[in-house]
Every structure is written in C-alpha cells, then in structure tokens.
Design a protein around this ligand. Sequence first.
Ligand code: GTP
Ligand code: MG
Length: 465
Amino acid sequence: MQNGPTRIGEEETKAAEVFAIGVGECGSNIVGSYLKSSADKKLPSRVRGYLLMNTDRADITKVRSKYGIPKEHTLLYGASEIGVGGRFMDGYNAVLESKDIIFDQLGNLGFEGVSGFCVFTSLGGGTGCGGTPAIIELLKQRFQEEEGRRIFVYVIGILPFEGQSSEALNSIWAVSRLLRAQLQERGADLTILLSNRTMLKRILQSRGADSVDYLQRELNVDIADIGSIEKMVPSTLDEGGELEARTEQAFVELVNPLALDVVEAMLSPGVYEAHKDVFPTTDLADYARKLDPVVVPALYKDVGLIPDAGSMPQQLKAMIDYAIREASYADVGDEPNAESVYYVLSGPRHISKAEYGMHLKEALDKFIAPGAAITPCYVQYLTKDPPTDLLLLLGLPKIPELVQIINEATQLVNLHSGASPLKQSWFMRSKGVQRKELVDAIADFRELFSYYMTPGTGGDQQPGM
Ligand SMILES: Nc1nc2c(ncn2[C@@H]2O[C@H](COP(=O)(O)OP(=O)(O)OP(=O)(O)O)[C@@H](O)[C@H]2O)c(=O)[nH]1
Ligand SMILES: [Mg+2]
C-alpha cells in the first residue's frame, strides 16, 4: 500500500496527463479499438498522446489499417520484423536495444512532462509480455532517476484464455517481474489484470443470443445454445493445448469492447465534463496511491437503484455482491479478501452520494481483508437521467483462476524438466531464460495468490526442483 497525500495541489492536478502505449498485438488492438470506438476518434482529454509499438511488421500494418492509425503513432522495432513468437526475453531485449528510437518517437509525440503512462499489453505473448517490464524500467530510469521527477505507470495486462499453458507461464513471469522491479522503484505502480477467460465467460452469459450468432458466423459452426459454446471453449484446444487461431480471433473481437469499458470507467473521474461533479477530486495517480500493486477491476453498468422502492442499504449490498461475483474482470470468487478497494460510483445526484458510503463499506466488508482501506469516489452527473455505474478496483485480491494459471504453467515447466540438458534447453529456446527464473516466478505467484490452494486439490503441485 502506498500512502500519499490525500489532497493533491491544483498545480499537480492540472498537470496530470498520461501517455498511452500499446505493446505487441493485443496492446495495440486495445488502444486502437479505443480510438476507433470513441465518438471523435480521440482519447480522453487527460491522455496526451499514444504510441503503438510492435516487433512484427505485418501486425503494425494491420493495426494501422484496421483502426485508421497514422504512421507516426506506430513503431516497428527490434531485429526480427516478425514478432518474437512468445519468446519474451527477446521482447525484453528488443526494447532495451531500441531505447533511442523509442524515446525519439515518444519525444515527437509529446511525452515530456506527462505525469504517467498507461501501458496496454497481453501478458501471454512475447513482444508485450517481455517488452512491458523493459519499457517501464526505461521510463522510470529516465524520469525518476535522471530527472528526479516521480511518474506513475499503469499496466493494463490481459491474462490468457483457458488452456494456453505456454501463455500462462509468460503471464506469471511478467507479473512477478513487474512486482519485483517495483522493489527497486522500476516497476509498474499498478498492474490491472483483465482476464480473457473471464471476459469471455461474462460476454457469453450476458449477451446471450448476440454472442452465439456472432461466433456461429465467424467460426462457421452450428451452435445450439450458450451452454454448447462454453463446452466448445476447451474442445477448441488441440493436443498441444493451444487455442485454434481462428477461434482465438473471434473470442478476442468479442471481449475487447469489455476491456475498453473498464479503461474508460477508470479514466472517467479525471476527465473534465460540464455538468459533472467529482468528489473527492480524483485523478489517475490516486489509484496507485491508494491501492495495492495488483488490481482486478469489476464494473457494473446501468445499475437499477431505486431509492423509493425498498431498503437502500439492501439495494446497495445487492449491487456490491453482483459487481464482485458477476462483473469482475478476473474471477475473484466469493472471498477475494482484497487488501484495498477503490470504488467509483457515478450517476444522478440522489444516488451517487457520500451518504451511502457507510452502506457501501458494510457491503464490502465480507469481500475485504480485515483492516483493508476503502477509498470512495462519487461522480455526479447533473444531466437528465444519467445511468448509474459502479467501478470497483480490488487491490491484491485472491484470484481462483490464477490457481488454474499456476497449474498450467507448473505442468509445462515439469514437462520440460529432467536431468538431460537437452530437455532443459527448452526454456532457453522458447522463452529466452533459464528454467530457474520461471520456477522462481511461479513461487512468487504461489506466495501472493495461493490462498485458494489447499494440499491435495491439485493446487499443490510444485515444479520439481
Ligand atoms: N483481449 C485481447 N486479447 C488478445 C488480443 N490480441 C491477442 N490477444 C491475446 O494475447 C495473447 C497473445 O499475445 P499477443 O499480444 O498476440 O503477442 P505479442 O505481444 O504481439 O508477442 P509476439 O506475437 O509473441 O511477438 C493471447 O493470449 C491472445 O489471446 C486482443 O486484441 N484482445
Ligand atoms: Mg505479435
């Protein structure tokens, strides 16, 4: 937990602008779709500029034409031009080797003087997974160590779909790396985890028929009902455990809008709008000051709260329950035991009001660890009939699906372990690191997130030492 000043000065508030960076295919797609979906093809006013970077020439070209991105907002770097194929250490090194061209381009796009960066990436690939910790190290070096100016860096990291064991391993490495670097003040201030497997589940549940039609069309299969897609998800994995490319593409298109919603909701309190009041004044940097370093968001849009229709405390409690259990972006189960919480309640004046804080606190109680800090933010719209939305950011929650990810990664590590150097060479060949580094990363994860692992449930398989 970081404890910063509770009130930030006017100067600082004014200067609080961020720069968005999309690394690799997923990161670029998310920023790209954001630009495309926003009404005026622009990022919110607090976002000063953006850069989409990749080691894959074809992907850069694709992202440019798909989202209409001007060339100067994209950067091809690294030696390969065809991506790094999941070998994240190559992604890491490519950034360090291209430091000068990256900084040149960021400079041209006006990154000097911003107070923070949002880095968008998948955690399972190679370019983004390896490149993200490297970029953050460079940014922190440049601003904090050389200029003596504190900046905050947020990572919006996408966890893989189910059954992508090689990606599970990359994800664990990346998050552990970001957290460890933080100990030297060179890591992400906040890593926001969005999970493809959970987003897919949410979409299939909530958008029912539309999603079925869409997948049916895209995949050219006859899908009778939602249940059959949910069953189909594991069966689209071949024996190597990799998702078929076409299916994955269809899933990705389906979940990206959900990812955008949460980014928008997080930025929203800091964006100026007429007819809107925010209190306490909230800026992006506040999330990092008040929350633990790994965060899972939950977003409940269009909440139907009706003060005249029965007990408000009960309605608010139902809202919190629903948000955490059914609307989180990585499945946090029934007992996330979060160590910090930030909530943003936005809506009409008679609903989004501090008087409800007490009830919200009560409702959150069973989802947080004893003593966990709760930070409220209320956004009131003075327009006619604005929707009520609740954004919850859960700091360091227990995440059952990480157990699955840890198990997938552990199995993979064990598969390639053995006395023979030929077997162990797999790690260097496919990831660019020694086996030990991955075993250590898995151990970090077990320590942070293993709450749900009890001996004998399969959650206790350790990588053989
Ligand atoms: N939500 C979402 N996930 C994506 C998207 N594109 C790829 N992914 C996921 O990201 C992971 C693959 O990472 P990529 O971003 O393609 O990899 P990369 O960073 O380009 O790295 P290399 O291709 O290995 O050089 C898989 O888990 C995909 O399912 C996207 O647009 N949205
Ligand atoms: Mg790629």
